[in-house]
Write a protein that binds this ligand. Structure first.
Ligand SMILES: Cc1cc2nc3c(=O)[nH]c(=O)nc-3n(C[C@H](O)[C@H](O)[C@H](O)COP(=O)(O)OP(=O)(O)OC[C@H]3O[C@@H](n4cnc5c(N)ncnc54)[C@H](O)[C@@H]3O)c2cc1C
Length: 496
């Protein structure tokens, strides 16, 4: 039976793609007639690119990115200045080559979604556009959903073992389940247009300007380049605006000739809100349905993709009968605390970049180094076997990896490739001892004999072993050779 995924944004398409990769088909329903026609999220972080590499689409994201692989982010009164702060200059992101062989990409949401959709279909997903979920009920065995074909008006009923709510920030599914949310709420409402103009040397080909300017509606907003040269998206506070005036103020060119080509993204709420629960029975929340953050930091789109990556292998193993349903209980404790964390981080960035008037002593300090957010977060649930002395720290510095269960499997170069490239299809054992390879192979797992550099980085001795989940998270380790792999796997997969 197919898993029902509601919503064909980044999170829904990613979930469908990774379900396919793990051998389970998805039916994706999307009320819009196509994927997003707005650029919205831009940029894929290296940890996202590692996950996309597993699905074979990382290079497609690079190919769909602007050819100029640099990005500039500033806080300024206008594109022409004055500049108050440079956040990123001439690069897509900080150099993380010590942590990953994956690179940054600068693909827009408008181009990223079709890449994911195509791959999801190749891997067996059906994507039905112009189709909405009308209502659903769940019982002990599955979910019954009523779908409406918006072209014909016809409704139909389907059964699915599980449903994934990838239905965006308003998430009718979350509301129907009575799942509340917490956070700082609606921080403002923006509205924007896409316009064409010759901005010449005023703004580089890939740039984002956070605007702080009392002459703009709402006192500021953002101006961002799009995939089309000479086309830009400007966003400011809600209202009925004279857009030429707004564009001239935002660009800082008082006599600029500009043509509005697309009124869109109207009344976008800037929100800070995290669902109180990420799962309810057979329904699991991903993407904006689970958390909405101010768009200051690039985590919205990236975490939407990563949610699918982290959830799909669990769903697939449960649907295939290889794991107990209890494995899915780990979705909430693994993703919600981290979501709370990054939402606060993006809020801090929002206050700095767009709303300095909101600064107060409740602001979280920005995480340093920032790579902790990408590579340093830990999954703390019953789907990992934490060690007795574990302090349950949510973040660790990936530049000094511990190899502790719950943390992300560290990158080490082996024969010209990252050891991370060994992970993803199933559970993998890395060890310095042949006996573990034999035990793992008997259990149907992939196992690799590795050298000192890997064992040291993973904190195990030559006789030790480490078990890595399909989402690159360390599930368990045996420091010196103690322990039983079969019963460990049963615990991690909730088979006992
Ligand atoms: C203006 C703007 C700029 C942004 N900039 C960035 C950025 O630079 N970087 C970044 O990382 N993030 C950014 N974001 C955030 C990012 O776009 C979102 O976090 C991301 O799109 C979330 O993806 P999603 O799949 O969870 O939700 P969505 O993309 O919202 O997809 C949800 C889908 O569900 C569908 N749906 C809802 N209900 C139903 C139903 N009942 N039946 C069928 N379909 C349904 C909707 O039509 C929608 O297509 C930005 C957002 C906005 C609005």
């Amino acid at each position: 039976m197919r898993v029902l995924v509601v919503g064909a944004g980044l999170s829904g398409l990613s979930t469908a793609m990774y379900l396919g990769l793990h051998g389970v088909q998805a039916l994706v329903v999307e009320r819009h007639p196509s994927t997003s026609i707005y650029p919205k999220a831009r940029g894929q972080f290296p940890h996202t690119m590692e996950a996309l590499r597993l699905a074979g689409v990382d290079q497609k994201m690079v190919a769909a990115s602007p050819s100029d692989q640099t990005f500039k982010i500033v806080i300024a009164a206008s594109a022409a200045g004055p500049v108050f702060k440079e956040i990123l200059v001439d690069q897509l992101g900080p150099d993380l080559s010590a942590l990953s062989t994956a690179v940054w990409a600068g693909c827009s949401q408008e181009r990223a979604e079709p890449v994911l959709a195509e791959r999801a279909r190749e891997l067996g997903a059906e994507i039905r556009f112009a189709t909405e979920l009308v209502e659903f009920q769940q019982d002990d065995d599955g979910v019954t959903a009523t779908l409406r074909d918006l072209t014909t008006g016809e409704t139909s009923e389907i059964r699915a073992p599980y449903m994934v709510a990838a239905d965006g920030h308003r998430s009718p599914i979350r509301a129907a389940l009575g799942i509340g949310h917490h956070g700082r709420g609606v921080l403002g409402t923006g509205t924007g247009v896409v316009f064409r103009a010759d901005l010449g040397d005023v703004i580089p080909p890939n740039a984002l300007v956070y605007l702080q300017n009392p002459e703009l509606p709402g006192g500021g907003g953002s101006l961002v380049t799009t995939d089309e040269p000479s086309q830009y998206a400007v966003s400011v506070g809600l209202g009925d605006h004279d857009w030429l005036k707004v564009i001239r103020t935002a660009t800082g060119i008082p006599d600029l000739a500009a043509e509005v080509v697309q009124h869109g993204m109207t009344s976008t709420d800037i929100k800070h809100s995290v669902a109180d629960r990420f799962s309810d029975g057979r329904v699991h929340l991903v993407g904006d349905a689970a958390r909405v953050m101010p768009p200051t930091g690039g985590f919205g789109g990236n975490s939407a993709i990563m949610d699918g990556f982290h959830l799909a292998w669990k769903l697939a193993m449960v649907v295939r009968g290889e794991a107990g349903p209890g494995l899915l209980d780990s979705h909430d404790p693994e993703q919600r605390p981290w979501s709370d964390f990054i939402a606060e981080q993006q809020y801090t960035a929002y206050v700095e970049r767009m709303r300095p008037d909101l600064a107060d002593d409740t602001l979280a300090s920005p995480v340093d180094p920032v790579s902790k957010l990408f590579f340093g977060y830990r999954c703390l649930s019953d789907a990992v076997i934490l060690e007795p002395d574990d302090d349950r720290e949510l973040l660790e510095n990936p530049e000094e990896p511990t190899g502790r269960p719950g943390s992300r499997a560290p990158h080490v170069m082996v024969d010209g490739k990252s050891v991370v490239e060994l992970f993803g299809r199933g559970f993998v054992v890395l060890t310095g001892a042949q006996q573990w390879v034999d035990r793992a192979t008997d259990l149907g797992l992939d196992a690799y004999l590795v050298g000192d550099e890997v064992t040291k980085t993973y904190g195990i001795g030559a006789e030790g072993a480490v078990l890595v989940r399909p989402d690159f998270v360390i599930a368990w380790r045996s420091m010196q050779g103690e322990g039983d792999l079969a019963s460990t796997l049963d615990r991690v997969l909730s088979r006992v």
